[in-house]
Design a protein around this ligand. Structure first.
Ligand SMILES: Nc1ncnc2c1ncn2[C@@H]1O[C@H](COP(=O)(O)OP(=O)(O)OP(=O)(O)O)[C@@H](O)[C@H]1O
Length: 247
């Protein structure tokens, strides 16, 4: 058994191993980390640190200069995004604007079968995410929190091995953020697979993740639990970031 197979949990969910480097012209971004199923990792860092790029690299949306992405014993970095079994929820949720909530959630199943079968497959996800009453609406007719739920339901309905959340809370009003954060934490726990979350907020990391990877200027500067970071911040940014929050 390889180390990667051992990263799978008792339910057989695979872990994620990432060791990637990529560049945009002179801007270089590199990170290596692993994520166990059921132990979400938060990537925190200042603007432009490369957090979204790492997420995009795992999802297959930007090309690598070098490195690997493996999910369990499957090496996926040469696969197109749709064959990686990675679900992504972006900052702005990117639901298909011309499709109803029902058809957004049914999207992955629709790629594999008929419209009727896909809509039937979407039904339990609509129920689970409290979207039944909203199923015939377009994304533009939803609130931010409802859009977040729909985007999560769409990502998870595809039965991904890995869930990537890029600033999932940032489009939400402060008033609903605490409630939505708790709701999202419940859904992430229910998913139970390897989950990576990009955030600027230690409060998000505290609620949604087990540990934190700090990315600064395209490189990893620290990894640990929030308590470990607080006990020994590796850089001035980590110190400032934690001081600015009471998470
Ligand atoms: N498509 C692109 N072409 C050129 N440069 C890019 C591209 N995408 C990102 N970059 C640059 O790469 C760096 C990392 O960007 P990235 O979006 O990954 O950072 P981030 O940590 O997610 O930032 P933020 O917190 O502001 O969202 C930035 O300097 C950015 O300008």
């Amino acid at each position: 058994m390889t180390g990667r197979d051992q990263a799978a949990d008792a339910a057989g969910r695979p872990g994620l191993v990432v060791d990637v480097s990529l560049s945009y012209g002179a801007t270089r971004i590199a990170a290596a980390f692993d994520v166990r199923p059921g132990h979400p990792l938060a990537i925190i860092g200042p603007n432009g640190a490369g957090k979204s790029s790492i997420i995009a690299a795992v999802a297959g949306l930007v090309p690598l200069d070098a490195g690997e992405v493996s999910i369990g014993s499957r090496r996926v970095d040469a696969l197109p995004p749709e064959r990686r079994r990675v679900g992504v929820v972006f900052q702005d949720y990117v639901l298909f604007p011309h499709l109803s909530v029902r058809d957004n959630v049914a999207f992955a199943a629709r790629m594999r079968g008929s419209r009727a079968a896909a809509r039937a497959a979407a039904e339990p996800w609509l129920e689970r995410y409290d979207l039944v009453g909203l199923a015939d609406r377009l994304p533009s007719e939803l609130s931010g929190g409802q859009r977040q739920r729909a985007a999560l339901a769409r990502a998870l309905a595809a039965d991904p091995d890995v869930l990537l959340l890029d600033e999932p809370m940032s489009a939400l009003d402060v008033e609903v953020r605490d409630e939505m954060r708790a709701e999202l934490a419940t859904h992430v726990r229910e998913f139970g697979g390897a989950t990576v979350l990009v955030t600027h907020s230690p409060a998000d990391a505290a609620t949604l993740a087990d540990s934190v990877l700090v990315l600064e200027g395209g490189a990893v500067t620290q990894r640990g639990t929030l308590a470990e970071l607080r006990a020994a911040p590796a850089t001035p940014y980590v110190r400032r970031m934690l001081a600015a929050s009471d998470a």
